[in-house]
Write a protein that binds this ligand. Structure first.
Ligand SMILES: [Zn+2]
Length: 306
């Protein structure tokens, strides 16, 4: 990131800081005991690093002495508001940056609850989020409230409270513009929907072969903990690496099966009928995504994926 972009980013952050503090004060006062019993929960993984989970969706929360960075705003204004109230109550620091990984509605409808926060995403994330909102006939106000003010292409670094918080684009995967967050000094990464923990991959807008290469890059990060965007996080968060490797193996199995079908001259329809991946059939998402996964991977290998 250039110096001018860094300067712009921090001017934005400073300008929004006052509003942020006000929002947090209001949220604090609204957090009554009865309201604590709602669906989302904030869990600390290691000191300063949290995950806010609502059903099987996980949002990353990084706390510093100068404020908080959130990864993914989740599926509604209500749940995002609840996440912010919980952050205000537990961490007692304002949210300064929202990083968004995938443009899908179930991770970006909540962006509207972050109007006082600098929003960051990959440049293709911005393009695809805008196109999706136009398809959905979202109002101009909603579009403005959800779009990032800051975009990047390869990487961007947030320096906050003594932490070097890297926002990285490692290649296509769940979408063409997934962002991850990596904090080298604390050996932790948050990888959003690039990692479905103990679930079948969701690939309607994804790229099976590229996803595998991107996960190779994720596995090569010097991190002890790799936080999934979906699915459970083990009691010992260091076990996430093993879960990631199981997910990586699913992509290997998918790629190998499609490659074998292509090698024997199968058409896309024949490959979709033949490849069952039975070892994953008990997993959530298998029924709806197996065929999509085969078809998109087939097209990606044949160079016909749009
Ligand atoms: Zn998604």
């Amino acid at each position: 990131m250039s110096k001018s972009t860094t300067a712009l980013l921090f001017m934005l952050a400073a300008a929004l800081f006052v509003f942020s503090v006000k929002a947090q004060e209001r949220d604090d006062s609204r957090l009554k005991p009865a309201e604590r019993n709602r669906s989302g929960t904030l869990r600390q993984l290691i000191p300063g690093y949290y995950v806010f989970s609502s059903t099987s969706f996980n949002s990353g929360v990084i706390a510093t002495s100068e404020g908080v960075v959130v990864l993914d705003a989740l599926s509604s204004e209500a749940i995002a508001g609840q996440e912010r109230e919980t952050i205000a109550s537990v961490i007692k620091q304002p949210v300064r940056f929202l990083v968004s990984s995938t443009f899908h509605n179930n991770y970006t409808w909540g962006n509207v609850a972050y109007q006082d926060v600098v929003k960051i995403g990959h440049e293709d994330y911005r393009t695809d989020l805008l196109a999706q909102m136009q398809r959905d006939h979202a109002s101009p106000e909603e579009q403005k409230a959800r779009l990032p003010q800051v975009t990047y292409r390869d990487r961007l670094t947030i320096h906050l409270g003594g932490k070097e918080i890297q926002v990285l684009y490692l290649g296509k995967g769940h979408t063409r513009s997934d962002s991850i967050i990596f904090v080298p000094q604390d050996r932790i990464a948050y990888v959003s929907e690039l990692f479905f923990s103990d679930q079948f991959l969701y690939i309607n807008d994804g790229y099976g072969v590229s996803w595998l290469k991107t996960l190779d890059a994720v596995e090569a990060l010097p991190a002890d903990i790799i936080v999934p965007g979906h699915g459970p996080i083990p009691e010992d968060p260091r076990e996430t690496r093993r879960g990631l490797h199981r997910f990586h193996q699913m992509l290997v199995d998918l790629r190998d099966a499609v490659q074998k079908e292509i090698a024997r001259g199968a058409t896309e329809d024949q490959a979709a009928a033949a490849i069952k991946l039975p070892q994953y059939e008990q997993m959530q998402g298998y029924k709806s995504q197996r065929e999509v996964a085969v078809r998109r991977t087939y097209r990606e290998m044949m160079g016909t994926l749009k």
